[in-house]
Write a protein that binds this ligand. Structure first.
Ligand SMILES: Cc1cc2nc3c(=O)[nH]c(=O)nc-3n(C[C@H](O)[C@H](O)[C@H](O)COP(=O)(O)O)c2cc1C
Length: 202
């Protein structure tokens, strides 16, 4: 399914963009796990997601960033999502990006069909971390994706991750690397994207 130098594409979506953001660091670690397992990755961070207009079904025009996001998701062999818990749920920034997947409903692989999706959530408490992780995984189910066995919840009040570039090998870093690896392994086991079949390398 993955001949020669072909590598699955794993697309990361999320973060908050706040300086020192735990969600941003978590997503970066998960994407690193995906790369270490043999994927190539593409990140749509909070700054990029913030450019997307609010999704409205009657508005059909799509800007450059929206098109880039949808193109990447259509080609993706796996996805990593990272959202903060805002008021007990997924942030509007992340949910808005996911709502644009409606444009892919008639694709050969509709929505996130056939793709593994790793979910990462940050919150200032375990209760909201749990409910938001469940919500994010339910969204993935609705989009026909396959949530990975491991979902990662981080409680920011416990300062779970070291500053970027100072990985310490703690259990949260291990979990984040693992969720990225699971997405890649699923793609390699069940994948074979149209891109790989067309002979595109990266
Ligand atoms: C608007 C807003 C709403 C929030 N609501 C909750 C909440 O309901 N429960 C909770 O545990 N934390 C809540 N938080 C805390 C965030 O989940 C926490 O600050 C976030 O995970 C930190 O992410 P970051 O470091 O990537 O910016 C909220 C934060 C903001 C800004």
């Amino acid at each position: 399914m993955w001949p020669g130098e072909m590598k699955p594409l794993v697309v990361g979506i999320g973060g908050t963009g706040r300086p020192g953001s735990t969600t941003d660091k978590a997503l970066a670690l998960a994407l690193r796990g995906a790369r270490e397992a043999g994927a190539r990755t593409r990140l749509f961070d909070a700054g990029t997601l913030g450019v997307l207009p609010l999704f409205q079904p009657q508005r059909k025009e799509r800007g450059e960033t929206t098109i880039a996001l949808l193109d990447a998701l259509a080609r993706a062999d796996g996805v990593l999502l990272a959202s903060p818990s805002y008021h007990g749920g997924v942030s509007g920034l992340v949910k808005n990006a996911l709502d644009y997947l409606e444009d892919l409903r008639d694709d050969p692989r509709p929505y996130l069909d056939g793709r593994a999706v790793g979910c990462v959530v940050t919150a200032a408490g375990w209760q909201s971390a749990g409910t938001t992780l469940c919500a994010l995984r339910s969204i993935v189910h609705a989009l026909r994706g396959w949530p990975t066995p491991l979902g990662v919840a981080l409680n920011t009040t416990e300062h779970p991750l070291a500053p970027t570039g100072m990985e310490t090998g703690d259990r949260f870093e291990t979990q984040l690397l693992t969720v990225g690896r699971q997405v890649t392994e699923f793609a390699m086991a069940f994948g074979g994207s149209s891109e790989a079949m067309a002979g595109v390398t990266g």
